[in-house]
Design a protein around this ligand. Structure first.
Ligand code: AOF
Ligand code: ZN
Length: 354
């Protein structure tokens, strides 16, 4: 069955985890006379593509006349590696079964066309929903031309993130911490606001796994002065972009710190999203605080919601998770998943398509 082999290719693709970074996770399976000759995948950013990974496991004789199952349309360009479609034709592959076409404009149907022009039998679309789910951020970025935006918060049962005191209150448990580290690792940019920076002094790093390309850290500030003594401008652990509303004397000093960028502008959610497009950051995790979350809700720039809910209550004067700007018509979410993390609950849902 075509779907069985495509499922194997999907399973292969997943083996790479986040190592493919801005490239998609891609898997491939080579089949001849109903037998699997080789399975492979794109291991890491800049490495061989999945098609090349399978073809190098077989002899030229084995490859000739075989069928290649690949989750993503084979590429047609010279990037960090040569085009896979030409390699497939040169290997004498008879048929290619493609899970989904590549939404990246550099390929966008050209790989499939190249194969057809060279007499390869091409089947397009196989387990497409499952294949697309391998790379939700990548697909969203190139189809919608903006990053996938997730709002994340750790809240109490009554929707608070802190007591009145201007110090950090630990709301969620260790299991939530580990889960949120894993969530972070799947994003290319993380965003916080000024109050979160000053109250929490967060590092915004992924500490549970070593990452070759850690998410960039973005902070929206009034001026860069408040950032001076904070960990994310001092630790050099990942690039830090200070998105300031006004210029200040501290800007030049901070620009001299390794890995720190200072940009002055009117940093609305739309402007931040556009910065992500320009920098090629396909996904943005908004970690707070309350005003920043509200701005993204009001701008309707939100694709997913993740709450870690702790069995605590703070009451009326506690800080709410979202406050400030609002929409007239509520935004709705679908496909909820509820996960118990010890005494905490993770609620995750995606924005309902309008
Ligand atoms: C991958 N792995 O298995 C396939 C990809 O810079 P390059 O040369 O690695 O090219 C990256 C692009 O190639 C990527 O954005 C996607 O459009 C296409 N196909 N990429 O990284 C693969 N098949
Ligand atoms: Zn390729």
């Amino acid at each position: 069955m075509l779907t069985d082999f495509m499922q194997m290719a999907i399973d292969q693709a997943k083996l790479a985890g986040v190592a493919t970074y801005q490239n998609p996770q891609v898997g491939a399976v080579l089949v001849k006379d109903g037998h699997v000759l080789a399975q492979g995948y794109h291991h890491y950013f800049g490495g061989d593509h999945a098609e090349v990974d399978v073809l190098r496991q077989v002899t030229p004789e084995q490859a000739r006349g075989a069928t290649l199952f690949v989750t993503l349309e084979p590429c047609s360009h010279y990037g960090k590696t040569p085009p896979c479609s030409a390699r497939i034709v040169a290997a004498g592959i008879r048929q290619v079964v493609i899970g989904q076409l590549d939404p990246h404009p550099i390929v966008g149907g050209k790989g499939r066309q190249y194969l057809l022009n060279h007499g390869v039998d091409v089947v397009t679309g196989c387990l497409t929903d499952k294949v697309r789910a391998l790379n939700p951020h990548y697909n969203h970025f190139y189809v919608q031309q903006r990053p996938w935006i997730t709002l994340k918060m750790a809240i109490t049962l009554d929707g608070k993130i802190n007591t009145e005191t201007p110090t950090r209150t630990l709301v969620s448990n260790h299991a939530s911490y580990i889960d949120s580290q894993c969530l972070r690792s799947q994003f290319q940019a993380i965003l916080i606001g000024e109050r979160t920076l000053t109250i929490d002094d967060p590092q915004l790093t992924v500490r549970l796994t070593a990452m070759v390309q850690p998410p960039v850290r973005l902070v929206v500030l009034n001026t860069s002065t408040v950032a001076l003594n904070h960990r994310l401008v001092q630790d050099g652990q990942a690039p830090t972009w200070l998105l300031c509303r006004q210029a200040a004397a501290s800007d030049d000093q901070l620009r001299n710190s390794p890995n720190v960028h200072v940009l002055i502008g009117n940093w609305t959610p739309a402007a931040i999203s556009q910065l992500c497009v320009e920098q090629g950051w396909q996904s943005l995790l908004v970690e707070g605080g309350a005003h920043l979350q509200a701005e993204f809700v009001a701008a309707e720039l939100i694709d997913e919601w993740v709450s870690y809910i702790a069995p605590m209550m703070i009451g009326g004067t506690g800080l709410p998770a979202v406050t400030g700007a609002a929409v007239m018509t509520p935004l709705t979410f679908e496909q909820p998943t509820v996960t118990c993390l010890g005494t905490n609950i993770r609620l995750r849902a995606v924005r309902k398509e309008v």
